[in-house]
Design a binder for this molecule. Structure first.
Ligand code: PHE
Length: 456
C-alpha cells in the first residue's frame, strides 16, 4: 500500500513548500525566454489560444497524474513506475517511461544551462551601463557579440552548471524553499514594472492585439504550442513526479495542480505583455528567435527611469527562476542513482553534471562555429542546428510522448480504486479528471502529432 512507503530522500515540510517548489520548477526560462519567442515565431493570438487550451485540457490533468504517481510510488520516477506497475499486477516494462524522462531531463538541462548563462552575462552587461539610451541596433549588436563568442558562452554555461550541481548535491529541499518564497514574488513584481513601462511606449494595445487576436496557425505551430504546455509546466519527464514523491499523503493534488498551472500561465502572459509592446515600439521582429528577450528588454532598461537597477534585478531573478527549474530537471536522475547505485548525492550530482555540461557544448557551438551545421527532420522542420534539434526533440516529442503514456498509465493501467485513493477530491472532479486522462489527453496528443506530420 502506498501509505506504508516513505521516501528515503525526505519529505516537504508542508503543502505550501511543495507548491512553491513545483512552481519554482514550472516557472523558468520557458515562461520568460521561450514563450515570447515561440509566440512571435508562430504568429501570436491563435498560438496563445492553443497553448492555453493545452494547459487546461492536457497540462492540468497530467500534472495531477504525475503528482499522484510520484506520491504513491515515493521513489525516483524510474523506481516509481516499476513499483506501481508491479503493484497493479502489470508489466514492469513501464519502467522505460522513467528512463525516457531521465534522458529528456539531461538533454533539456544541457541547453537550458547555456541560455541561463546568457541571462547571467546580461546581469553584468546591464550593471555596467552598456544599455543606457541604447538603440534597437545597439541592443542587437550586443546580443550578437555575446552569442558569436563560444568562449564566453562556455564560461557562463560552466558557471551555471557548477552552481546548479552544488545545490542539487546538498539536497533539493534545503535552500529551495527560501529561493522560491522570496524570489518568485519578486520576479512577478518586476514583470509588472516592465509591463507598466510597456504601457508607456504607445504600443501596448498593439502588443495585446498580437497576443490575443486569433489569426492562422499550421500543424507545426499547434505541435509547438502543445509541446510548450508540457515544457512550461515541467511535465512528461518526471520532474513533477519526483517532487510529488516528497509530498505526504494528506494533501489535495487537484488544488495544488491548479495553483501551479495558474501561476505559471500568469507569468508567461505577463512576459508576453512586457515584451511585444517593446518589439513593436522599436520596430523589431516578433519572430526574431531565441534572442528575442535579450534584444528587446535591455532597450526598455536603457530608457526607463531606474532602468539599470530594474534590469539587473530582472536578469538576476531570471537566473534564479532558471536555477529552480534546472534543479528539478536533474532530480529524477540523482534520486535514481542514490536509490539504485548507492551513490551519495554529491557523487551523483558530479557525474550527471559533467555529462550534461558536455552535451551542452553542442548548444554553445550552435550559435557560432556550428551555426551552419544543420539537420532536416522530414515532414516537419528544415535546417535545425544542434540546439534547435535538442529543443525540438525534447519539448515537442519526448515530453508529449511521456505525458501521453503517463495519462494512459494513470487512466487505463492503474485501477480506478488506486487512483481515487490518491485524488481524493469531490467525486465529480475525480470523474472529470479520469475522463480527461483516459480519453481527451491521449487523443489530443495523438491528433496533434498526426497533424504536425501532415497525416490529417
Ligand atoms: N518548466 C521549466 C520552464 O518553463 C522547464 C522545465 C521543463 C523544468 C521540464 C523541468 C522539467 O522553464
Amino acid at each position: 500500500m502506498a501509505e506504508q512507503r516513505i521516501s528515503i530522500h525526505g519529505q516537504w515540510t508542508n503543502r505550501t513548500v511543495f507548491i512553491l517548489a513545483a512552481t519554482g520548477s514550472a516557472v523558468g526560462l520557458g515562461n520568460i525566454w521561450k514563450f515570447p519567442y515561440i509566440t512571435g515565431e508562430n504568429g501570436g493570438g491563435t498560438f496563445v489560444l492553443v497553448y492555453l487550451l493545452c494547459i487546461a485540457l492536457i497540462g492540468i490533468p497530467i500534472m495531477m497524474a504525475e503528482i499522484m504517481l510520484g506520491r504513491r510510488g515515493k521513489q525516483s520516477p524510474i523506481n516509481t513506475m516499476l513499483t506501481l506497475a508491479r503493484g497493479e499486477g502489470r508489466n514492469p516494462g513501464w519502467v522505460w517511461l522513467g528512463w525516457m524522462g531521465v534522458l529528456a531531463g539531461f538533454l533539456i538541462l544541457s541547453y537550458y544551462s547555456v541560455i541561463a548563462g546568457w541571462a547571467m552575462s546580461y546581469v553584468f552587461r546591464i550593471s555596467g551601463g552598456m544599455f543606457l539610451g541604447v538603440t534597437a541596433d545597439g541592443a542587437n549588436r550586443i546580443f550578437t557579440d555575446l552569442v558569436t563568442d563560444p568562449e564566453r558562452l562556455l564560461a557562463w554555461h560552466t558557471i551555471f552548471m557548477v552552481i546548479t550541481m552544488m545545490v542539487v548535491a546538498r539536497g533539493v529541499k534545503q535552500g529551495l524553499e527560501k529561493a522560491v518564497t522570496y524570489l518568485m514574488p519578486a520576479l512577478f513584481a518586476l514583470l509588472i514594472v516592465i509591463v507598466i513601462y510597456a504601457m508607456t511606449t504607445g504600443y501596448f494595445m498593439e502588443g495585446l492585439r498580437f497576443l490575443f487576436t486569433p489569426g492562422t496557425i499550421d500543424g507545426k505551430g499547434i505541435l509547438i504550442a502543445m509541446g510548450h504546455a508540457f515544457f512550461t509546466l515541467s511535465l512528461g519527464m518526471g520532474a513533477i513526479m519526483v517532487y510529488g514523491s516528497y509530498l505526504s499523503d494528506e494533501h489535495s493534488i487537484t488544488q495544488a495542480s491548479m495553483l501551479i498551472a495558474l501561476a505559471d500561465t500568469v507569468v508567461a502572459l505577463l512576459a508576453g505583455m512586457a515584451i511585444f509592446p517593446i518589439v513593436f515600439a522599436y520596430g523589431l521582429e516578433p519572430g526574431a528567435g531565441p534572442g528575442l528577450i535579450f534584444r528587446t528588454l535591455p532597450i526598455a532598461f536603457g530608457h526607463m527611469p531606474g532602468g539599470t537597477m530594474v534590469g539587473v534585478l530582472f536578469f538576476t531573478l531570471l537566473v534564479f527562476a532558471a536555477w529552480t527549474s534546472a534543479i528539478s530537471l536533474i532530480e529524477p536522475a540523482v534520486a535514481y542513482l542514490v536509490e539504485n547505485k548507492g551513490l551519495s548525492r554529491i557523487y551523483a550530482s558530479v557525474w550527471i553534471g559533467a555529462f550534461t555540461w558536455f552535451v551542452g557544448l553542442g548548444t554553445v557551438l550552435s550559435f557560432n562555429l556550428w551555426k551552419d551545421k544543420t539537420l532536416t527532420i522530414p515532414y516537419v522542420f528544415e535546417d535545425l542546428t544542434f540546439f534547435d534539434t535538442l529543443d525540438y526533440l525534447t519539448a515537442n516529442i519526448m515530453l508529449p510522448l511521456g505525458g501521453l503514456f503517463i495519462a494512459l498509465f494513470a487512466g487505463w493501467v492503474m485501477r480506478k480504486e488506486s487512483t481515487s485513493e490518491e485524488i481524493d477530491t469531490h467525486p465529480i472532479i475525480f470523474k472529470i479528471w479520469r475522463f480527461l486522462v483516459r480519453f481527451i489527453t491521449p487523443v489530443a496528443v495523438i491528433v496533434v502529432f498526426l497533424k504536425a506530420v501532415g497525416a490529417i
